[in-house]
Design a protein around this ligand. Sequence first.
Ligand code: SAH
Length: 253
Amino acid sequence: MKTNKGIVFFVGAGPGDPDLITVKGLKCIQVADVIVYDRLANPELLNAARKDAEFIYCGKQPNHHSIQQEQINEIIVSKALEGKTVTRLKGGDPCVFGRVGEEAEKLDQQGICFEIVPGITAGIAAPAYAGIPVTHRNVASTFAMVTGHLCNDNTISPDKWKALATGIDTVAFYMGMGNISNICNQLIHYGRNPDTPVAIVSWGTTEDQRTIISSLNTIEKTLQEQHISSPAIILVGEVVHLRERLSWFAENS
Ligand code: SAH
């Protein structure tokens, strides 16, 4: 049945470097009537949009309040119901801690068509730009992506901590900077070697990228000496040592 409803493209903008968006993602920006974008989607990408495209920013506002998720859902739904082509641009990959599930479900309820265009996620890209492949044939054969947000209030069960500490070679924590001591202590508590190296990569793949190397038991001291800001990936595992040989991207400081 033909409808006059629009369509929504959920597009991964990639981790920061605007060249890291996919060809398909870029096409979705070029055709959009409306682009709804997040704080971590590089705004340079908007230069590829049509001159008459409408831009709606959904990140933190000047008063530090973010637009509520409900409001974002409403905006996307109402623009699509007007028959518009909407590109919902999200940092990294839309399916990795990107709430694409919640937003797409609303569209489904309204019978609005959507597509998901994957992007390069920060947990792989930021380490790659720091010279750290997240897997390596001789060093790491398992890799997990974990939200550091939940680590604070024991929402990660002991079983999961144990699995992360002893069963996974490389672990990337997203949104973990406010919780980093707890994360490292939990991993040690559940059986990870305290000397396991840790890399913190902030603003990965951008000109502001900064990498700090430490270990699970020295991270607190390291952070007292060196300041590093969000957004950052905390990468735990022996692969971090590969940076000593594979660092290739010039960082400013
Ligand atoms: N969908 C995104 C993740 C969103 S959660 C993705 O796939 O990458 C937001 C978290 O992602 C941040 O708190 C940070 O941990 C991480 N992040 C996003 N961009 C980053 C970047 N350029 N460098 C380092 N970490 C980044």
